[in-house]
Design a protein around this ligand. Structure first.
Ligand code: ZN
Ligand code: ZN
Length: 561
């Protein structure tokens, strides 16, 4: 009896052992549902909103502070974290490069967007940053053969999609195509931009979809663009109170076709006839207002910020750039544009509070570059500056190559302050590219308004650690950039004598706002220097995900709660 009991006990134990063994061979079970993903990232806000203000100088936050209401810029500055010394750290400071660098956390060295347009030395033609003939226009008649394929690295928006196993939505919105396409990277659900001319529609490309969603079609049919253009643009407040800018009629402003003076009020209904019909909206504050309208429609139409996963909305306000280019950085038109953008921001923040919820979203606001004071205006104040004469420069370079190498065909292209050598011709003439580059670099220094020159060879073999050559090196891509690069004098632009532009590595072009605001962001401000490439790794750390694959920035610790 004792024996049989022992046997029974033994066999039970055996069975148990076998059972345990069988169990350990099977995959351990875990709860499989969206709930588990949600848990991984449960501390993340439901919506990230990136706001880029095209051509916004840092000093607009300060200069127009008392013109802003409590709910727009001021709300971000005073309840968020205001970084006052953020700079672009490469040349050239153009729109495409800026948007790519913000979202990839690196510079043209790695992301390959070396300008808006550049000379492609392999195809031997000028190309545009987001052109792509593999895709077609969606939602309009033209302007849609676009994709982000020239951008070689991932964006923070790509990384968020990858981290969430392609869940969550990412959507880009801007008047300019490049400003909607580059921020949302290669995995975006959509990027929408505005087609002017006789269309007046937000549209996209087959890279994203074959048909626009109903909410986009409804928005385009709503007649909003038309309504904005049938109004008059006058100053928001009494123009006499706009004491921060030059007189309304000054010598440094460009103007619309069909207008005698660059002065308020602007009869848009009349002006649209001579200024590209719907394209006029790009160049006035209403361009920012309709961008805000469309962003709100996107949040409602796509239920952004309401799902299990974190969504990303990348907005870029393009009209500030058009106004800055046309009127300069010190015009009444520009001041009014920022006062009105402040109202759009206030409305948008209130909308986010209501639709997404105060604790469910996080925002960052920055700019893709700043801009220089109109050089002619600086000259009137005895400050050096001027205009770079590209035609004269081409002639000058021709004479150099003729004199030294007895050929006028050695330069294939000059663009973005870079010279591209004709490698075929060099071969024919048995000339050494490195030697020719050095001779040209030495000689062009004598040209009016050229400040520094450097060869590609030097940039490949020297690591600059500071100064303007470091900035130039950060913008230099070995595979894509030219053979000789040069830097114009400070406040020297290749532009008309009215209005202004940007593109340099000087502080007036590199110093931009950066404010983080919302869920899990500290409150405060800082005067510490940060390069623009720190935004993406900061967001990666904030979201607890991997940074973009070319990221060269570091985390801005002080903004994180
Ligand atoms: Zn821009
Ligand atoms: Zn611009």
């Amino acid at each position: 009896m004792k024996k049989s009991l022992a046997l029974i006990f033994l066999s039970f134990t055996l069975i148990q052992c076998i059972a345990i063994k069988a169990e350990s061979n099977a995959a351990p079970t875990v709860e499989i549902s969206n709930k588990t993903y949600e848990k991984n990232y449960e501390n993340n806000p439901k919506l990230i909103v990136g706001i880029v203000v095209d051509q916004m100088r840092y000093d607009y936050l300060v200069k127009f502070y008392n013109k802003y209401g409590e709910g727009g810029f001021k709300r971000l500055m005073n309840s968020g974290y205001n970084l006052k010394n953020v700079h672009y750290n490469y040349i050239p400071t153009y729109t495409a490069v800026g948007h790519a660098s913000i979202y990839t956390g690196t510079t043209p060295v790695n992301h390959g967007i070396i300008s808006n347009n550049w000379y492609d030395k392999y195809q031997k033609k000028s190309i545009y940053c987001v052109d792509d003939d593999n895709y077609k226009t969606v939602g309009a008649n033209s302007g849609g053969k676009k994709s982000p394929h020239k951008m070689l690295t991932t964006t923070i928006t790509d990384q968020l999609k990858l981290a969430q196993n392609m869940n969550g939505k990412s959507i880009g919105i801007a008047i300019k195509d490049r400003s909607a396409i580059l921020p949302t990277g290669h995995t975006a659900d959509a990027a929408y931009w505005f087609e002017g001319g006789d269309e007046g529609k937000f549209m996209t490309s087959t890279f994203y979809m074959d048909k626009v969603p109903n909410w986009v079609a409804e928005f385009n049919n709503s007649g909003k663009a038309n309504n904005y253009l049938n109004q008059t643009w006058d100053t928001y407040y009494n123009i006499d109170t706009y004491t921060e800018t030059l007189p309304d009629n000054n010598n440094f402003e460009g103007q619309f076709k069909g207008k005698e003076t660059p002065t308020f009020p602007y009869n848009l209904k009349e002006l649209r006839k001579l200024n590209g019909n719907y394209s006029l909206i790009k160049a006035i504050p209403a361009g920012n207002t309709i961008t805000t309208d469309f962003a709100e429609a996107a949040i409602l139409g796509e239920n952004l910020g309401k799902g299990v996963f974190t969504d990303f909305l990348a907005i870029s306000y393009s009209s500030t750039d058009y106004v800055g280019h046309q009127f300069g950085v010190n015009a009444k038109e520009l001041e009014d544009t920022y006062i009105r953008l402040d109202k759009d921001l206030e409305r948008f923040l209130n909308f986010l509070d209501t639709e997404v919820g105060r604790n469910n979203y996080t925002i960052f606001l920055t700019a893709d570059h700043a801009a220089v004071q109109v050089p002619a205006y600086l000259n009137s104040l005895k400050i050096p500056g001027g205009y770079f004469d590209t035609d004269k420069f081409k002639e000058f370079v021709n004479n150099i190559t003729l004199e030294h190498f007895n050929s006028e065909e050695l330069i294939e292209n000059i663009s973005n302050y870079q010279l591209f050598l004709n490698k075929q011709k060099l071969k024919e003439l048995k000339l050494d590219a490195q030697y020719v580059s050095q001779v040209i670099a030495n000689e062009i220094l004598a040209f009016e308004n050229v400040y520094k020159t450097v060869t590609a060879h030097t940039l490949q073999t020297t690591s600059f650690t500071s100064g303007i050559l470091k900035t130039l090196q950060n913008g230099y891509n070995q595979k894509l950039s030219g053979d000789i690069l040069f830097v114009p004098n400070p406040s020297t632009i290749s532009y008309s004598k009215t209005g202004t532009t940007h593109g340099s590595g000087y502080a007036y072009d590199t110093h931009v706002p950066l404010i983080f605001y919302g869920a899990k962001i500290s409150k405060g401000s800082s005067n510490r220097y940060y390069p623009i490439v720190d935004i993406a790794p900061t967001l990666a750390s904030f979201l607890n995900i991997t940074e973009p694959n070319g990221s060269t920035g570091t985390v801005i610790l002080e903004v994180l709660e």
